[in-house]
Design a protein around this ligand. Structure first.
Ligand code: UD1
Length: 431
């Protein structure tokens, strides 16, 4: 099968102009699972046309629903939902298929799926998803790599998460909407995408309080109705990625249609690195310095801390900043593979044996090379590095990047970059 890859030319000028940011991947995925709760039609606007959206649509189709995407509006009819198994190939393609568990259990009283395999970011346990659902009365059996859950009507429960997991918070929230009684999630994750999911659920009649705080209370309801049309929130990580690209290239850009408050920890670091930031309603403008300054310390944390999904892009930027930086990844235990690839381009990044601490000695120039994306954000970081490297960079495994960026090549090109996607036609023929 042909391999998708980006070919990126190093730039001598900075990125300039405006770029619009679409709907958030991490918001649309739980919402596309939550539609299953309802027995009717959901209308979702600002839906990003990313690979993970298409995997979610494939799941919906295979379980008997009818999803139709026109432009960025997705209409899903869930009347025909009949199957109780999440298709294996989809679970393998996308770990967040696990979010269908709570929704299908609540709707059909039964769900089977394969354990999502070891992922590129390290051990990504699902114990909290299983613990939450079983506390609500689900009978969960694991046989080899198959999970089988059964339940009558779920019952509300007090659930304390040992880690503020985004996915577990969402899965439990979705399952609790139609449960009997009240569910309280303690140490819930507070990411803005959880608030977006709650808004969507409330729009179909759910009773949820505290989404976006560490204590979420869901009072189960007997009936849901067709949700009010929902607009997916802007993707703060895509916005952050383009801001970092502008910062690295010495550019001057405005990202439009974003929620600046969702990006505060990212903007704070960009300012620390010497960028001038202006925020107006829904827009963020960035003007980069001639050369970025190093950042003594970045530590990834759960929201509202510095997002782990921006760690790789900052590591790439700090690789060309003046001075030494230290970046610590605390959320995932193997989110480091971009470091070795960046080093192939001349970066000086050393990684502690714990795979969590990066010491970055900024260099003046990176050099173009053939590198491989190992995960979504790490792949985006390599594209950014390619923009400032001398000569040409080829980023292999572009499919990872397409999971979360509708068209990174279209967006960066519109800001003046020279980047192209190769292998797409052959790939389509093979499919
Ligand atoms: C979501 C985001 C992903 C982001 C991550 C952290 C989606 C679709 N993906 O992933 O982009 O990087 O949040 O912000 O929204 N954990 C457990 N037990 C569990 C579940 C998780 O120990 O049952 C641990 C994980 O191993 C990890 C940490 O919790 O170390 C955070 O994971 P989690 O917040 O669940 O991430 P995801 O929901 O998978």
């Amino acid at each position: 099968m042909a391999m998708l890859q980006y070919r990126v030319q190093g730039m001598s000028t900075g990125l300039f102009g405006d770029v619009r940011v679409g709907g958030a991947k991490n918001s649309v995925l739980p919402i596309l699972a939550a539609v299953c709760l309802n027995d009717g039609e959901s209308v979702i606007h600002n839906c990003p046309r990313i690979a993970d959206t298409f995997v979610s649509m494939e799941i919906l189709q295979k379980i008997g629903c009818v999803p139709k995407l026109l432009g960025d509006t997705l209409v899903v009819n869930t009347k025909g939902l009949a199957a109780t198994a999440v298709p294996d190939d989809c679970v393998r393609k996308m770990r967040s298929s696990i979010l269908f568990m709570g929704a299908m259990l609540a709707r059909a009283g039964q769900v089977e799926l394969t354990l999502p395999g070891g992922c590129e970011l390290g051990t990504r346990a699902i114990d909290l998803h299983l613990m939450g659902l079983s506390a609500m009365g689900a009978d969960i059996k694991i046989d080899g790599d198959k999970i089988c859950c059964k339940a009558g009507r779920l019952v509300g429960a007090n659930i304390k998460l040992h880690t503020a997991s985004v996915g577990a918070t969402e899965n439990i929230m979705i399952a609790a909407v139609k449960a009997h009684g009240e569910t309280v999630i303690e140490n819930a994750a507070c990411e803005p995408e959880i608030v977006d999911l709650a808004d969507f659920l409330i729009g179909m009649g759910a009773k949820i309080h505290g989404a976006g705080t560490s204590r979420v209370v869901i009072s189960g309801v007997n009936r849901l109705y067709n949700p009010v049309p929902h607009v997916i929130m802007p993707d703060r990580i895509v916005a952050g990625t383009y801001l970092v690209a502008a910062a690295m290239t010495g550019g001057d850009i405005t990202v439009t249609d974003v929620n600046p408050t969702d990006l505060l920890p990212v903007l704070a670091k960009l300012i620390e690195m010497g960028c001038r930031i202006k925020v107006s309603d829904g827009n963020i403008s960035l003007r980069a310095p001639k050369r970025l300054a190093a950042c003594p310390r970045i530590i990834t944390k759960v929201h509202p801390g510095f997002p782990t999904d921006m760690q790789a892009q900052f590591v790439a930027a700090l690789a060309v900043a003046e001075g030494k930086s230290l970046v610590t990844e605390t959320v995932f235990d193997k989110r480091h593979q971009h470091a070795a690839e960046l080093n192939r381009m001349g970066a000086k990044i050393s990684l502690c044996t714990d795979n969590r601490n990066f010491t970055i000695q900024g260099v003046e120039n990176l050099r173009g090379a053939t590198v491989a994306a190992k995960d979504l954000r790490g792949g985006a970081a390599l594209v950014l590095a390619g923009l400032v490297a001398k000569g040409e960079t080829v980023v292999q495994n572009a499919g990872y990047i397409q999971r979360g960026y509708e068209s990174i090549e279209r967006d960066l090109e519109s800001l003046g970059a020279k980047i192209s996607l190769e292998g797409a036609e052959q790939e389509e023929k093979c499919a």
